[in-house]
Design a protein around this ligand. Structure first.
Ligand SMILES: [Zn+2]
Length: 241
């Protein structure tokens, strides 16, 4: 059904330029306003982000060139999302779903991954901090819970001492980055070990892309996480950071 609907749309949108798509969606959202002059540009971003702004009465839309080959219904969905956000109009879930479904396609994800690898520069400090060595922590957890079989990614400390992002695994750069907040004498080693263990599980269990969904913490992931001893104590420590 969804397939049929999209095909039907595609034929009717086939001859529209991106500017025409945005103008048509604008009219739908704001029927009493004359659409402003607008320009759509595909840019070489490092990710699939897109931007819209109103400048000097003109709408400027900058879309990741990852979407340059996207079918018209996908560009139309993105137009609804961007214009809806700009003018604070409710965005129909079908457009969000259609757009996500496209980004979740295996070929699109692979392309996005490559682009991020090539264009996205990343600063990765070494594993040695002032008080902790991430390599030692990684390898002791690797031996204890992964039979030593997990390939070691790049390991680094974040630049700032972020509380909101305690750690993350970046698959495009095959890197685990740990917040600098843990690199001090008073930081509880257990909390740091737990954050590293969590990120190692991301290395072990890939993200599940089914349909338009993107499941980062899958059921296997959560089961494996429970194997960390003193999980509760570690989480309590994180709250007090
Ligand atoms: Zn996670």
């Amino acid at each position: 059904m969804a397939q049929l609907e999209i095909q039907g749309l595609q034929s009717s949108l086939f001859f529209e330029t991106p500017e025409e798509i945005y103008t048509r969606v604008f009219r739908e959202l704001k029927p009493r306003t004359i659409p402003p002059e607008l320009r759509v540009e595909f840019c070489r971003f490092a990710n699939a982000d897109s931007f819209i702004r109103l400048k000097d009465g003109r709408l400027e839309i900058r879309i990741s060139d990852l979407l340059a080959a996207a079918p018209a219904p996908v560009l139309e969905a993105l137009a609804h999302i961007l214009l809806g956000k700009l003018y604070r109009k409710p965005i129909a879930p079908m457009y969000v779903h259609r757009y996500r479904l496209y980004l979740n396609r295996r070929d699109v994800r692979r392309q996005a991954h490559l682009v991020k690898q090539i264009r996205g520069r990343k600063f990765i400090s070494g594993p040695k901090g002032e008080h902790f060595d991430l390599e030692e922590i990684f390898e002791s957890l690797n031996a204890a819970y992964f039979d030593g079989l997990l390939g070691r990614p790049q390991l680094g400390w974040s630049r700032g001492s972020s509380r909101s992002m305690l750690g993350h695994f970046d698959p495009s750069h095959n890197a685990i980055i740990i917040s600098r907040i843990f690199d001090k004498k008073t930081a509880p080693a257990l909390a740091l070990e737990y954050v590293m263990y969590h990120e190692m599980l991301h290395l072990r269990f890939p993200v599940d892309h089914t349909g338009a969904r993107r499941r980062v913490h899958t059921r296997e992931f959560r089961e494996a996480e429970k194997k960390f001893p003193q999980l509760k104590a570690a989480k309590e420590l994180l709250k007090k950071l």
